[in-house]
Design a protein around this ligand. Sequence first.
Ligand code: PLP
Length: 474
Amino acid sequence: MNLGDLPSEEFRAEAHRLVDWIAHYLEGSERYPVLARVKPGEVRASLPASPPASAEPLAAILADVERVIVPGLTHWNHPAFFAYFANSSPAAAILAEALSATFNANGMLWKTAPAATELELLVLDWLRQMLGLPAGLFGVIQDTASASTLVALAAAREAVPGLDVRRRGLSGSTRLRMYASEQAHSSVEKAGIVLGIGQDGLRKIPTDAEFRMDSSALALAVTEDRADGWTPFGVTATVGTTSTTSIDPVPAIADVCQREGLWLHVDAAYGGSAAVVPEMRFVLAGCERADSLVVNPHKWLFVPVDLSVLYTRRPDVVRAAFSLVPEYLRTPEAALAPNLMDYGVSLGRRFRALKLWMVIRAFGTEGLAARIREHVRLAQLFRSWVEADRAFEIAAATPFSVVCFRARFDGAAAEDADRRNQALMEAVNATGEAYLSHTKLHGRTVLRLAVGNLRTEERHVRRAWELLREYAQA
Ligand code: PLP
């Protein structure tokens, strides 16, 4: 029995075949229905319930990928994927992921993968420059924005004077309070659950008519909470909220934070990428005053999941919250170069920086900006069609590339119109030609069309609109 890896001839032959398959898949992703048509449990039931006792050839395994896995996928690389925040895998990132697995570099310490650590520091400084953020920000890659926000809010908690949660835990009587708008992503609330702040420890601040945090209501809430015995410690502002992509007034929120001594975290997971477009840089106005900021290249910067970037002006506090170095992880270089395990929950860290570096190089900053600009143009075009059609209405502003809208269904009661909008979306999604998602605004169902895919062209957006009109009439 061979106790090593597969023979390299087999690897070489299958890898060559697979590259051809990948190119074919990406060229022709439109041949698949964008939304998977499988029923729950179907994929699992199509595969053996127990593992094979003896080795199987790679060719047979890859054949099953094509036969069972591909039909069981919703195709995020499909150009008519318009749901959630659409994103894509470009060629450079696919090759980077293959290289990352090839090196299997674990960048927990500088010493365990010097190039991984140094490339991460370098490429995050490139990205910082691309976003127009100030020099001196420290960046570290996390897997998701949820993790970045968790780490940021843990640092915010660490910064509360006299609390010392790290050592004493949360057994004291201090009732910590943090703030985010009622439109903030659920990852903020989840971080509160994990950090022992609790769901009650997050106060959701009302928003204005355009779904942006009301900074006066924030200031009032902090004052009220102090009077009621809470200890306010942090605010999460959002640049590009999940439902409508609204932009909280970061400069005014930063004023409140400064006055009240609160940590300001900015969730720019989606919207931050737009700042690579010079004329859209204003979306990050005020963010230079944030203590921490998250931006997700895996949302709108053409990097496949997973890659989230946490920037902070206060890496010492993040480190104070997370660094724990047992003897077996001590290295003489620790004083000379950062060990990135010190800035998050995970010890092991895969080599994610490679894909960001390769994507930035493969497109250039101008190429990235041009792609994002085109997505904004397509979204505005779609919005203009909705505005011009009496049977539909716009439900929110479109500062980025997501359009919130709904069919009016004139004469229908609110509940019925909501049900019919949901049915409309499901009917369009069932065609396999486009995939949209929905949200609720002021309790009403709203459809979202999010342009974010590298391969989306005007004809895809136009087809989605045709389908929506057709099914709305039906
Ligand atoms: N923040 C915002 C504004 C989001 O829209 C999302 C996800 O859509 C997240 C955070 C969480 O992102 P992730 O999946 O990277 O945890």
